[in-house]
Design a protein around this ligand. Structure first.
Ligand code: THU
Ligand code: ZN
Length: 137
């Protein structure tokens, strides 16, 4: 198995596992995200909902888990859902990922998978061609 294929299999297992921890009493829509860093570590996150409907998205929680461990260089993120076609990251999460792609001057791979095994791969630059470049203060 190629290295990237092995990585993807591991990302699927971890994203699926964390999706089961999703706290989604309002939408019943579980999402899991597994973020692979350039150093080869994987950080995960699930969605967490609140009564104000401002949910923490799985991708955002995975970014937070990585950053709190000093990791800012992201290679790819796999998003696991239970809908067909598999859910894509929302605009806000695309922008959040874009800020890290800017920081490292490299694109981020986005892989989406569902429980039926449907899988699509994108580059962040395809999903967000003109992200907002953060201004340094
Ligand atoms: N959600 C995510 O966590 N990530 C996505 O990519 C799409 C949507 C969550 C937010 C909310 O808890 C639920 O899925 C329904 O939108
Ligand atoms: Zn989002």
């Amino acid at each position: 198995m190629r290295d990237t294929e092995k990585n993807i299999q591991e990302l699927i297992i971890k994203a699926k596992e964390v999706s089961l921890q999703a706290y989604a009493p309002y939408s019943n829509f579980r999402v899991g995200a597994a973020l692979l860093t350039a150093s080869g570590k994987i950080y995960t996150g699930c969605n967490v909902e609140f009564s104000d409907y401002l949910a923490l998205h799985a991708e955002l929680n995975a970014i937070g888990a990585a950053v709190k461990n000093g990791e800012r260089n992201f290679d790819s993120i796999l998003i696991y859902s239970y809908c067909s076609p598999p859910v894509l990251p929302c605009g806000s999460c695309r922008q959040k990922l874009f800020e890290f792609s800017q920081l490292n001057k490299k694109d981020i791979k986005i892989i989406v998978v569902n429980d039926k095994g449907e899988k699509s791969k994108y580059l962040l630059s395809e999903l967000l061609p003109s992200g907002n470049i953060p201004v340094e203060k």
